[in-house]
Write a new protein. Sequence first.
Length: 116
Amino acid sequence: VHLVESGGGLVQPGGSLRLSCAASGFTFSSYGMTWYRQAPGKERELVATISPIRDRTYYSDSVKGRFTISRDNAKNTVYLQMNSLKPEDTAVYLCYARVGVGNDYWGQGTQVTVSS
């Protein structure tokens, strides 16, 4: 299993970014996918998750209404569209998948910095 994030960068407050996570090594369409983030000195935080069927989604309260998670099963990719970014959204964003019982996989992360 391999998860590779991309799309991070430096953006001004109020701006937008779209993160991508390219997955390989498992049947992507059969598994839920999740974005987490971790800021310096803080615990890792679940940001958004999307189910494998019917694209059911869940968002943390801190991003609800601003972020949108989506997936393209044909491309084995999950996305995180981030709008109205705030300085407190600054973090390393990580892609996560649980494939089978107890098999947790993480990407290497992509840095998002929101600053003027």
